[in-house]
Design a protein around this ligand. Structure first.
Ligand code: GAR
Length: 205
């Protein structure tokens, strides 16, 4: 087990309930890591407030302040480097990262998606799966690439769609699963138990 805690930089765009689950897991020492910076592309993202309440650096990077997507990503990279981040954790961050950011953190950028990838990628995975009428959906944690919701899968949890479910009741159970699965998957990485073989992530031990 490494003696230094894994330094997490969490990227968000919204309410940050996954961020909160990660902060809580670190505080409860279930996750051997610390969130050192939270970066949002949205000034009003409640996740920034969650970071401030936990005395974590909260950074808003305003997309409209940069002419190009490349420059905007460069500013994100600057924030991550300034805080000496080891692992970049996308938690409801609804943009792609450029090659520059991904190359700065090779196989050190992870994402969570509220469906069983490769099914139902995109911004509305829960509703898309519900509308399709699947009987089982779930949650995926994976390494991020330069494509939305693609990359080697680290962990998945199935969530059944129940008779009488609405999109909202399903969404609530998916979020519960996310809040369990993301800290657990990050702990596997913190323990050095995740390796990559070709297109697949492998869990060691
Ligand atoms: C989560 O359900 C996450 O899986 C999803 O955004 C939500 C953010 O919620 N991400 C995606 O759909 C990525 N394609 P949160 O801000 O409360 O953590």
């Amino acid at each position: 087990m490494p003696d230094k805690k894994l330094r997490l930089g969490v990227l968000i765009s919204g309410s940050g309930t996954n961020l909160q689950a990660i902060i809580d897991a670190c505080a409860e020492q279930f996750l051997d890591a610390e969130v050192v910076v939270v970066v949002s592309d949205k000034e009003a993202a409640y996740g920034l407030e969650r970071a401030r309440k936990a005395h974590i650096a909260a950074v808003w990077v305003d997309r409209t302040a940069y002419t190009t997507f490349r420059d905007y990503n460069h500013a994100i990279l600057f924030a991550l480097r300034t805080h000496e981040v080891d692992l970049v954790v996308m938690a409801g961050y609804m943009r792609l990262l450029t090659r520059e950011v991904l190359d700065a953190f090779p196989m050190r950028v992870v994402n969570i998606h509220p469906a069983l990838l490769p099914s139902f990628p995109g911004a509305s995975g829960i509703h898309d799966a519900f509308d399709h009428g699947v009987k089982i959906t779930g949650v995926t944690v994976h390494f991020a690439t330069d494509k939305f919701d693609e990359g080697p899968i680290i962990a998945q949890e199935a969530v059944p769609v129940l008779e009488g479910d609405t999109a909202e009741s399903l969404e609530a159970r998916i979020h519960e699963a996310e809040h369990r699965l993301y800290p657990a998957a990050l702990q596997l990485i913190a323990e050095g138990r995740v390796s990559i073989e070709g297109r697949k992530a492998r869990i060691i031990g």
